[in-house]
Write a protein that binds this ligand. Structure first.
Ligand SMILES: Cc1cc2nc3c(=O)[nH]c(=O)nc-3n(C[C@H](O)[C@H](O)[C@H](O)COP(=O)(O)OP(=O)(O)OC[C@H]3O[C@@H](n4cnc5c(N)ncnc54)[C@H](O)[C@@H]3O)c2cc1C
Length: 398
């Protein structure tokens, strides 16, 4: 029996997040393109609502939310912030708090979560390097056990939230090579605080989502205490996928919400803008893409919540590891592409105005485009789905 309803508690959470979004986020969202930062009072407001790192256990200051509840919050944030900055700030912390909560040491969780959940610190993820993104086996950052912990040395690139950590504190769950000859079976994950004289941070001028930084950092022989080990040594490659999968479901929800919000904006526009003596909305050439994009965004949203629900089922022992991998990859595969197309059509209806910074939809377009790579390129989603359909013997890579 299918039940597509959210619980009463989830609807109340949506209500309070929406109210916060309308009052505090929507009015300042587009300004983040200039200020290039999320206002601190917004971060504090999110903390007060309990939606920062909401997957952390309440005993460490989190809300203990499941993936579906996190998806509800993600879509509300995405509706309110066309720049995508706040949704990204939220989804990264929700996903990696999930991993820290599941695999982190008691000492690390007691230290890190209260600061992340209160909005003081940022918690990110660092796997990508300049020569290793989709194919993590190519990474070069190393970890060597020492008497008191581990020595990390190397470089990470295209990492979200580096400037936030540099300024306010926190760190990234960082995937490194401990046993290089073992390939993906030789990777370990540690929490790496970035405020360290031996860590140099750089950042990029991104195409979109300007309210949150993306950049890189070099690590020059930095010692990490044992308490910051995430899970077991040499198991990092498997652990990291649990975080990426959590994130992929949220990204699908964020893309669907951004697309639906843009279609709403578009519908208002085509009802009032007249061309050739009638509203644009009366032309079949405008109605058909509206209908098609609406159907695609609805399908995307449904698949996103099915993926998030499956994630929760796995936590209850009712779904297998690879069932989750497959459905979250399915949900993210077309997320960026379809949402970009929906937003692009809305921009087309708005004529030259859409090519100005006054039009909020162009910000949404640039934000949503990032998800064709971030948290796994869309081609890698195809690789995962095909792997689950055909079996591991048909994988084209080692
Ligand atoms: C805005 C933004 C924020 C990011 N934030 C983070 C972060 O916080 N932490 C982090 O670790 N990383 C982050 N990333 C990096 C992201 O995870 C990588 O971009 C992604 O994994 C792809 O890696 P790559 O960019 O090195 O591309 P590559 O792996 O070099 O791939 C390049 C292209 O080749 C194609 N390709 C690759 N493999 C295949 C294949 N098997 N079959 C067919 N085509 C293929 C794809 O089109 C892909 O886009 C971020 C990226 C962006 C854009």
């Amino acid at each position: 029996m299918l039940d597509y309803t959210f619980s009463e508690e989830q609807e109340m959470i949506r209500e309070s997040v929406r109210e916060f979004c309308e009052k505090k986020i929507a009015p300042i969202a587009i300004k983040m393109e200039e200020t290039k930062a999320i206002p601190r009072d917004v971060v504090k407001g999110m903390a007060e609502l309990g939606i920062l790192a909401p997957t952390a256990d309440p005993k460490y200051g989190g809300a203990g939310f499941d993936a579906v509840t996190c998806g509800i919050i993600a879509e509300e944030l995405s509706r309110a912030d066309p720049t995508g900055s706040i949704p990204v700030f939220y989804l990264v912390q929700a996903s990696w708090a999930y991993v820290l909560n599941k695999y982190g040491t008691e000492e690390a969780k007691k230290e890190i979560f209260p600061k992340v959940c209160s909005g003081e610190w940022f918690l990110g993820i660092a796997t990508t390097e300049s020569d290793a993104g989709s194919d993590l086996a190519g990474m070069r950052t190393t970890l060597t056990p020492t008497a008191n912990g581990y020595m990390v040395n190397g470089e990470k690139m295209y990492i979200s939230g580096v400037r936030e950590v540099e300024k306010y504190g926190g760190g990234h769950l960082t995937l490194v090579k401990q046993t290089p000859e073992a390939g993906t079976r030789g990777m370990t994950m540690v929490f790496l605080p970035l405020q360290n004289k031996k860590i140099t941070i750089t950042s990029f001028d991104d195409l979109g989502r300007e309210g949150i930084s993306t950049g890189g950092f070099t690590v020059d022989h930095v010692e990490v205490p044992k308490k910051y080990l995430i899970g077991e040594e040499n198991k990092g490659f498997y652990i990291v996928h649990e975080g990426y999968e959590f994130a992929r479901g949220l990204i699908a929800a964020i893309c669907a919400s951004a697309g639906l919000k843009s279609l709403e904006n578009g519908m208002k526009y085509i009802k009032q803008r007249k061309c050739f003596g009638q509203p644009l909305g009366k032309f079949e050439g405008v109605q058909f893409p509206l209908a098609e994009n609406y159907v695609k965004m609805t399908m995307l949203r449904d698949l996103a919540f099915k993926a998030l629900w499956t994630r929760d089922q796995e936590d209850k022992g009712k779904a297998k590891r690879f069932e989750t991998s497959k459905i979250v990859a399915m949900s993210k595969l077309f997320a960026s592409e379809w949402a970009c197309k929906a937003i692009d059509d809305v921009m087309q209806w708005q004529g030259a105005f859409a090519y100005t910074r006054e039009c909020v939809d162009q910000a949404a377009y640039r934000a949503v485009r990032s998800f064709a790579w971030a948290e796994g390129a869309k081609e890698i989603m195809r690789v995962i789905v095909a792997r689950e359909l055909l079996g591991k013997d048909f994988i084209t890579y080692k």
